[in-house]
Write a protein that binds this ligand. Structure first.
Ligand code: RNT
Ligand code: ZN
Length: 414
């Protein structure tokens, strides 16, 4: 234990915060790291760029193009990220040994390589059906398409993914989160808003009628405001999924890039937690739009994490990351974003929530604001450094040395 940590511990103790407890809680809290930062959401289907109103911009050299490369890059990133990790996969990361397997035909065996990878590292796996970058996306629609054949394909794809997630859950002993996010929407003013939403509802009803082991799968759905090329109407809107999830006892997922920029996603958590057992998160950073920049340690991230802790919901909020920047070193991008999530969580765990809430209830608003502001300059960095030391990762910018070496030895040889 460093002298600086001992001093920080005392400072926090004086305001009723136990730093040891904070470190302990954080070290047990899983964060699901998305695999798709590693290759700009390309996957292994040998296709072109992404569609569906999402895109990674930039062309930084060294992108992983095989499962082995992606796994190697992930290992490097994971070695620099403290805390408990899960890995979040997308269906297009199936490992089919060069065989073309369409998405409605995917089987657990196509993810065996990932299960082995996860087992060897003690990771849980999460799953996302991939509803974009495919010829069966017709006029920008999937599960809400007026064409029954198109709907059939995507329903079957989702069912296949839920079976794969069930296999993850069984093999790894921890439930797999299946996130339904579809790109469905319209560029221009719709004539019919109800039709596509009604079809989406029917598709979901059929999907969730398929029984999978609830100990192995957690189903969630992710809403959105708009996408590039789909500005006027999004079928799977916030109201649609919030209601669908509540009514069917499923989990709602908040992606903080999917709302009006001035809307606080942190503010949504308490409301959702009062009505459902669990809430899932995609942490990202939107700059002017849902641009999926690398997560920064900014006020919105801090507020989101503060809210999770203040609501005493560490075991009810399922935390994951979701961003893709191809303009900088992709391995470093993973590390930067994931370390920032860890930092924001630790920061939140070092706030004396109960005593601040008491000040609020007692109407002592001057003291409340004074305390909230004082806490901001408490010796957080010394606790962070101690946490990193115990997790055996560099505390400061030294981790970039590993990135430089890895770039020279591995990425630049690709
Ligand atoms: C898109 C959603 C969705 C995707 C991933 C790749 O706006 O955020 O979660 O980013 O499925
Ligand atoms: Zn998302």
């Amino acid at each position: 234990m460093s002298e600086r940590y001992a001093y920080a511990q005392q400072q926090y103790q004086a305001i009723g915060v136990d730093t040891e407890q904070a470190i302990e809680k954080l070290s047990r809290l899983p964060v699901s790291i998305h695999c798709w930062q590693g290759d700009d959401l390309t996957g292994f289907e040998n296709r072109g760029g992404t569609s569906g109103g999402i895109l990674a911009t930039g062309n930084f050299p060294g992108r992983a193009t095989t499962p082995e490369q992606l796994m190697q890059d992930l290992d490097t990133a994971f070695s620099l990220i403290p805390g408990k990790k899960r890995l979040n996969l997308h269906a297009v990361y199936a490992v089919t040994g060069g065989k073309k397997v369409d998405r409605d035909q995917l089987l657990p065996e196509h993810f065996e390589a990932w299960v082995e990878y996860a087992k060897a590292r003690g990771l849980g796996l999460d799953m996302n059906p991939t509803y974009f970058s495919h010829e069966k996306v017709k006029d920008g629609l999937t599960l809400s398409s007026p064409d029954p054949e198109v709907r059939r394909f995507w329903i079957d794809h989702t069912k296949a993914c839920r079976k794969i997630a069930e296999y993850f859950g069984k093999e790894l002993g921890t439930p797999s989160l299946v996130d339904v996010w579809i790109p469905d929407g319209l560029k221009d003013v719709p004539a019919d808003r109800m039709g596509p939403r009604k079809r989406l509802k029917e598709s979901l009803d059929e999907i969730y009628a398929q029984k999978v082991d609830p100990h192995c799968v957690i189903d969630c759905m992710e809403a959105k405001l708009f996408g590039i090329g789909v500005e006027s109407y999004t079928v799977g809107s916030h109201e649609f999924y919030m209601n669908y999830a509540a009514k069917n006892d499923l989990v709602y997922l908040i992606d903080n890039g999917h709302f009006h920029p001035t809307e606080s996603c942190a503010d949504k958590l308490s409301s959702l937690l009062l009505f459902s057992d669990k809430v899932a998160l995609h942490l990202t950073r939107g700059v002017r739009w849902d641009s999926d920049h690398v997560i920064a340690l900014d006020d919105s991230l801090k507020e989101m994490c503060r809210e999770i802790v203040a609501c005493d919901a560490l075991d009810r909020v399922i935390i994951g990351s979701d961003y893709f920047d191809a303009s900088i070193n992709r391995v470093a991008a993973w590390v930067i974003g994931a370390r920032n999530i860890q930092k924001a969580l630790l920061y939140a765990l070092l706030i004396p929530h109960a005593s601040l809430a008491a000040l609020q209830d007692e109407g002592r608003f001057t003291e409340l604001l004074a305390m909230q502001e004082e806490i901001k300059t408490f010796p957080f960095t010394d606790v962070w450094a101690e946490y990193c030391r115990r997790m055996k990762v560099p505390a400061g910018p030294d981790w970039m040395k590993t990135i430089h070496a890895y770039t020279e030895e591995v990425l630049s040889q690709r």
